[in-house]
Write a protein that binds this ligand. Structure first.
Ligand code: FES
Length: 287
């Protein structure tokens, strides 16, 4: 890469690539992708979003509702955000601060560590023992300044990022704080968005091929220059993401159902798109 910088050249692939449009429209392909995401550690939050015991946030990972909370002992834990009584989504707010979680349906109450603390009219549930009716724990860890969750109970949560992890550590992201965050659902397949804006935002595929959740989070190193970072965030969120990247992705999405061109052409300068699809093909082919 340094040679390219010095020579003022760029890396060109040997040949153009082709990506079938079906990759973006196939529900079967989407389900394979969601299955991979449920088995893969996903960075669900930055540690600065849960600074105090009692802080929590909720999100979805490939359709699995996830609750992350910092316990009284200071540890961050992840759970399926599902009440053990009759399956209500336990927490509906995106984030907040609580001493416990009370289900809004029949008021079963859980601790920050997922323990079932209270069952109203407990004599109606003779089989329920608090000690084995906790919230279902999801594998999680804190690494490189982020909270990672694997949305399938019992699987490992060990993000192997290789050199990318070293780069994250070199930036000192663990000591950064979230300055601002914006999220929206857009009418585009998540892979169309990742080709434009995926390097600096989080993406989650929704349950249909033509929608995705787009989350833009700005981390900053300290409290200084807030006005500067506000201006920068507004510029990136408003003009770069909303007006350009996401609008382009939605424009492409709107043409996918037409019987015109059945494959995208990937130029020799656009090889990362092919690398991304190759990696995805490998992952979705796993048993
Ligand atoms: S579903 Fe949660 S208490 Fe009944």
């Amino acid at each position: 890469m340094l040679a390219h910088v010095e020579a003022r050249t760029t890396q060109l692939a040997d040949r153009e690539g082709r990506v079938p449009v079906e990759r973006y429209t196939s529900q079967a392909q989407l389900e394979r992708e969601r299955a991979v995401l449920r088995q893969t550690p996903v960075a669900i939050a930055h540690v600065s979003e849960l600074p105090r015991p009692g802080d929590f946030l909720s999100s979805d990972v490939a359709g699995v509702p996830v609750l992350v909370a910092r316990g009284a002992d200071g540890d961050v834990r992840a759970f399926a955000n599902i009440c053990r009584h009759r399956g209500t989504r336990l927490v509906t707010e995106a984030c907040g601060h609580r001493k416990s979680f009370v289900c809004r349906y029949h008021a079963w109450t859980y601790g920050l560590d997922g323990a079932l603390l209270h069952v109203p009219q407990a004599d109606a549930f003779p089989s329920v023992r608090c000690e084995d009716t906790c919230l279902v724990a999801l594998p999680s860890c804190v690494r490189h300044g982020f909270v990672w969750v694997t949305a399938t109970p019992g699987l490992p949560c060990d993000p192997q990022l290789g050199p990318f992890g070293e780069a994250l550590d070199a930036f000192g992201l663990a000591a950064h704080v979230v300055h601002r965050k914006a999220a929206c659902v857009r009418q585009a397949n998540w892979k169309l968005v990742i080709a434009r804006a995926g390097t600096c935002a989080r993406l989650r595929p929704c349950s249909t091929t033509d929608r995705c959740l787009f989350v833009h989070t700005m981390l900053i190193a300290g409290a200084a220059e807030q006005a500067h970072w506000d201006k920068t965030f507004d510029l990136i969120e408003g003009r770069v993401f909303q007006q350009e990247d996401l609008a382009i992705a939605e424009s492409i999405q709107s043409t996918l159902g037409t019987p015109v061109d059945r494959a995208f052409r990937i130029g020799r300068l656009e090889q990362p798109i092919c690398w991304f699809h190759d990696a995805l093909d490998q992952a979705t082919a796993l048993p």
